[in-house]
Design a protein around this ligand. Structure first.
Ligand code: NAP
Length: 287
């Protein structure tokens, strides 16, 4: 019998995680198996406890259960700071958040140093919280802008209560003019099929020479990434974050170094990025 891990979410129609993790287990000759379980929002507790009863040793948690899962496990310091769990060790019933580690690992893989940099975070949801905690921890000066200024303010105020170094403030989307070094998109705006959309407000001039990090990986090159390139900037898509957060979960459960290249190949194959056209659109996603 293989050792089992898996992912819970809802409706969980397009997750890449099973292909990514099962490819890693196969490559290392490990008798492990990663399953996908569609769990509706009213039974998240059972969605965590039932797999545990059936011998699963770990879970990933995805949209929309990351905050709810905090109630049924002991969150570690990272999960507490971010306010969301995306990885559970079912043997210890400890929850962590590897989105933060995945984001920071991918920045490092692309040689992006955020220390002392002026960073704009677009969005105020779970991924934005992970980004803000990571960016502030690395010494960035962060502005958070969301379509709801109140949500951005609440997010920053809640983060200020946690035990992290926080240099972040909430601003309205209309107040984004002026110098910036980096923009991080933590909204779904620009994701397939809405590929013509951008989270950057039409009324604000796009800053020159910024690094855009777009957490979206479908498509590999979003409208926001194109805007950065048109303004002498650089663009990085979210595929590497996906792989690095998965690698962190893999290592947490197995205690074995994750085969990151194998995991990249698996998600790129799932996304059809291994053909010539996809590869051309994905030059800066792989490190
Ligand atoms: P979330 O908690 O639902 O937060 C989404 C944020 O985007 C909220 O601030 C929301 O504003 C805003 N938003 C949603 N639709 C919008 C629209 N049409 N216009 C402007 N703002 C909008 O989601 P999340 O978990 O933070 O994920 C955010 C994005 O990051 C998603 O695209 C997700 O796929 C991506 N992500 C990628 C990775 C990766 O590994 N690459 C990991 C995590 C997340 P309201 O609160 O006002 O609705």
């Amino acid at each position: 019998m293989p050792t089992k891990v898996g992912i819970i979410g809802w409706p969980l129609t397009t997750t890449l995680s099973p292909a990514m993790h099962n490819a890693a287990f196969d490559a290392l000759g490990m008798d492990w198996y990663y399953d996908a379980m569609a769990i509706p929002p009213d039974i998240v507790r059972e969605g965590i406890l039932e797999p545990q009863r059936h011998g699963y040793v770990g879970l990933n948690v995805t949209i929309p259960h990351k905050e709810e899962a905090m109630k049924y496990v002991t969150p570690d310091d990272v999960a507490r700071a971010v306010g969301a769990v995306n990885t559970i060790d079912l043997l210890e019933m400890i929850g962590t958040n590897t989105d933060l580690a995945g984001f920071m690992a991918d920045l490092a893989a692309h040689g992006v140093d955020v220390s002392g940099k002026r960073v704009i975070v677009l969005g105020a949801g779970g991924a934005a919280r992970a980004a803000v905690v990571g960016l502030c921890g690395a010494g960035a000066d962060v502005r958070v802008a969301s379509r709801s200024l109140d949500k951005a303010r609440t997010m920053v105020a809640n983060l200020a209560l946690s035990n992290i170094r926080l240099a972040a403030r909430a601003v309205a989307l209309t107040e984004l003019a002026g110098p910036a070094d980096m923009i991080v998109n933590c909204t779904p705006v620009g994701m397939l099929p809405e590929v013509g959309a951008t989270p950057w407000p039409d009324t604000v001039p796009f800053p020159d020479g910024v690094v855009v990090y777009d957490m979206i990986y479908k498509p590999a090159r979003t409208r926001l990434m194109q805007q950065a390139e048109m303004h002498d900037g650089r663009a990085v898509g979210g595929l590497g974050m996906l792989v690095h957060q998965g690698a962190a979960a893999f290592e947490r459960w197995t205690g074995v170094a994750a085969p990151v290249d194998v995991m990249f190949d698996a998600v790129r194959a799932q996304l059809g990025l291994n053909d010539a056209n996809g590869a051309a659109n994905d030059e800066d996603t792989r490190r």
